[in-house]
Design a protein around this ligand. Structure first.
Ligand code: FMN
Length: 184
């Protein structure tokens, strides 16, 4: 059955390494017969959660007007969520994390709208290239989110050794991303 895949990117860089990973992954997703949408948190600012606990009190997940209003309907129709981020300080970027924090609204017992996401993927680019060191923080966060939400992890693709935007083209990681996309 065709799945709706939502790719949440975290980089503030145009044509950056993680953005290219997302493009390649989406090519694979489409080749497998699924549909894909992208939401770039780096270009559609989302305010951090303020813990006001007023979620849904104005008929929308968050009462504060920001670009989460555009993201919300995309989240609500997605079957698969892809976290695609550069490694910043051993974790995801603040831009992406702000979007993740607002998933809180959907977890509230009285939320009028729930998410139907059942699967997730992690795509990441970084300068560091120590699979068991540099990525530990990001992987732990991603796995904890997946476990908590009972989402099945469909793969983690970690592309190390890339600093400059576009450098990832010289590695084999875009091909790997395309192949991972196909496996959905
Ligand atoms: C604020 C900042 C923090 C970073 N932190 C890390 C880090 O902890 N580990 C690492 O290996 N690379 C780190 N990097 C390097 C980026 O992960 C790397 O340049 C990556 O390829 C950027 O991806 P992008 O082109 O998709 O933005 C950092 C870069 C910036 C700007």
């Amino acid at each position: 059955m065709a799945k709706k895949v939502l790719v949440l990117t975290g980089s503030p860089r145009q044509l950056g390494n993680s953005a290219l990973l997302a493009d390649a992954f989406i090519q694979g997703v489409k080749a497998a017969g699924h549909t894909a949408q992208v939401f770039e948190t780096g270009f559609h600012p989302i305010l951090p959660c303020k813990a006001c606990d007023k979620c849904w009190s104005q008929g929308k997940p968050c009462v504060f007007p920001d670009e989460f209003e555009k993201l919300a309907p995309m989240l609500e129709e997605a079957d698969v969520l892809v976290f695609c981020t550069p490694l910043y300080w051993f974790s995801m970027t603040a831009q992406l994390k702000a979007a993740v924090d607002k998933l809180y609204a959907y977890m509230k017992p009285n939320a009028p709208q729930k998410l139907k996401i059942k699967e997730c993927v992690l795509l990441a680019a970084a300068e560091g290239n120590e699979p068991d060191g540099d990525y530990d923080g990001l992987k732990a966060t991603y796995k904890a989110i997946a476990d908590y939400l009972k989402w099945t992890d469909r793969g983690m693709l970690l592309a190390g050794g890339v600093w400059d935007a576009g450098e990832i083209i010289k590695t084999g990681k875009l091909k790997e991303a395309l192949e991972l996309g196909r496996t959905l």
